[in-house]
Design a protein around this ligand. Structure first.
Ligand SMILES: [Zn+2]
Length: 206
């Protein structure tokens, strides 16, 4: 017997047969009008391009000065990385770990996973790890709240710059670009399409 795949409408629980709309179309619930699925345009290509851009910009964001401080004629540059090391040296290892994870580690993992998955799908290369990578990428979303916290760092830097003798550094601009790229990555990722393509690659390989 052929298996019929059914989805329940999240809004009104009507059981619906699974369909896959083309790009530009959308699937809506016939009973309540809930938007079930709208394919995102060129999701794989956009994710691929954005993750390459993210991989480039994450280096200046981490290693170039976020702010420069002028004190008694001496100028000190604070990078994200030196900030983490400084917090750690001061014994504030929990804060150091939080800053490191939210502003360096998670964006990096997010970008690398997006790049790996979209590159394999774009070039139709099967890989037995694709499903695992995709699950990890989706679990990273649970940490997305931390972006709010990194925004807090930026606001603090900008406020400090207006009161103290501080200068905004190139690293801060790179960091803002990185945040924008991360947000665009999240909005371009069509998980429904990605899972379908992963399943198709697995079938083709078998
Ligand atoms: Zn419905």
């Amino acid at each position: 017997m052929e298996q019929i795949k059914l989805d329940a409408c999240p809004e009104c629980d009507l059981l619906l047969r699974q369909i896959l709309p083309e790009s530009g179309e959308k699937a809506v619930c016939p009973r309540c009008g809930y938007l079930l699925y709208r394919p995102r345009k060129q999701s794989i290509e956009r994710t691929f391009a954005l993750s390459i851009a993210g991989l480039i910009v994450i280096f200046p964001a981490t290693l170039l000065p976020l702010i420069g401080i002028k004190l008694l004629g001496n100028s000190h540059d604070g990078t994200l990385w030196s900030g983490v090391i400084g917090l750690f040296a001061e014994g504030m290892w929990a804060v150091a770990a939080l800053v490191f994870m939210s502003s360096i580690l998670f964006p990096l993992i997010n970008i690398i996973l997006s790049l790996l998955i979209s590159a394999h799908l774009h070039f139709n290369k099967p890989n037995r790890h694709l499903g695992r990578w995709m699950r990890w990428l989706q679990h990273l979303d649970e940490w997305a709240m931390l972006e709010v916290y990194t925004l807090g760092i930026i606001v603090a830097c900008v406020k400090l710059a207006s009161t103290a003798d501080l200068k905004l550094g190139l690293g801060l601009y790179a960091f803002v670009v990185l945040l924008v790229i991360t947000a665009m990555l999240a909005s371009s990722l069509d998980t429904y399409l990605f899972w379908q393509r992963i399943a198709r690659l697995r079938r083709d390989e078998a």
